[in-house]
Design a protein around this ligand. Structure first.
Ligand code: MD3
Ligand code: FE
Length: 232
């Protein structure tokens, strides 16, 4: 697919190939894929912002509610609220880092610009979750349901190694489709697709040189997801 090209699945329900790439054949109203939205320079600027943020809000490994099972991704956040999870208190948004107690760093300007350009939402995002997938990390199928602002889209940016992203419908057992997400790609989940099951099956190691080895040993992939938490 050509950089900057875009498909909206609701407009092409039967399209399996768009620009030579598999497009989801599921009805996913409100799903938008903007491949190559950020060029290499913009990706480097975003990576520099992530590295700077990580200096005050270090990546930590969260744990699942109840079982305490650690996630395979490490996380940090930007913005007034950050998504956290631990064994005792579960999934929630918090204004401060769970280990340092410091407020999360502010959202970088290019991310706010992206939100304003693509979210269609009348208020700024409150949280930007930063996921670091080292090679071998994955994220199981889940629905994002910790946000009271169910009317707001989620806007995601991929940086670094390619990943196989999977998305289905609103039931766990339904059909799913997969898309390879590359560095600079943007995904917007609005409308009904905001309630879709989705996950990351695998990272393709060594497919990008964007992540600095000193901050991210082994490299991998960074995903940024902006969310509105409280209704505007
Ligand atoms: C589809 N992150 O942090 S981003 C997550 O690549 C998460 O790190 C994945 O799922 C990642 O919760 C996927 C794209 C994304 C984000 C939110 C969604 C897809 C979504 C919400 C609803 C449906
Ligand atoms: Fe999610």
């Amino acid at each position: 697919m050509i950089a900057g090209d875009e498909f909206r699945v609701e407009a092409r329900p039967a399209a399996r190939h768009v620009g030579g790439m598999d497009a989801p054949a599921l009805p996913l109203p409100g799903f938008r894929f903007l491949p190559g939205h950020f060029d290499r320079t913009a990706q480097s600027d975003l990576m520099a912002a992530v590295v700077e943020a990580a200096a005050t809000a270090p990546f930590w490994r969260p744990s699942m509610p109840r079982t305490g099972q650690p996630l395979s991704v490490k996380m940090t956040n930007f913005g007034p609220l950050g998504w956290v999870t631990d064994q005792a208190r579960g999934y929630r948004y918090e204004p401060a880092h769970p280990e340092t107690g410091a407020p999360w760093p502010p959202l970088p300007a290019p991310l706010l610009d992206l939100w304003n350009a693509v979210s269609g939402y009348p208020a700024p995002p409150e949280a930007c979750l930063v996921n670091w997938y080292a090679p071998g990390s994955r994220m199981g199928l889940h629905v994002d349901s910790d946000e009271a602002a169910t009317d707001a889209a989620v806007v995601s940016v991929s940086l670094g190694d390619k990943a196989r992203f999977r998305i289905g419908g609103t039931t766990r057992r339904g059909k799913t489709v997969s898309i390879v997400l590359s560095s600079g790609d943007v995904v917007v989940l609005g409308g009904a697709s905001r309630r879709s099951y989705h996950g990351v099956d695998r990272i393709y190691p060594g497919t990008s040189t964007l992540l600095p080895e000193d901050v991210f040993p082994g490299g991998g992939r960074i995903n940024l997801t902006m969310r509105r938490v409280t209704p505007a």
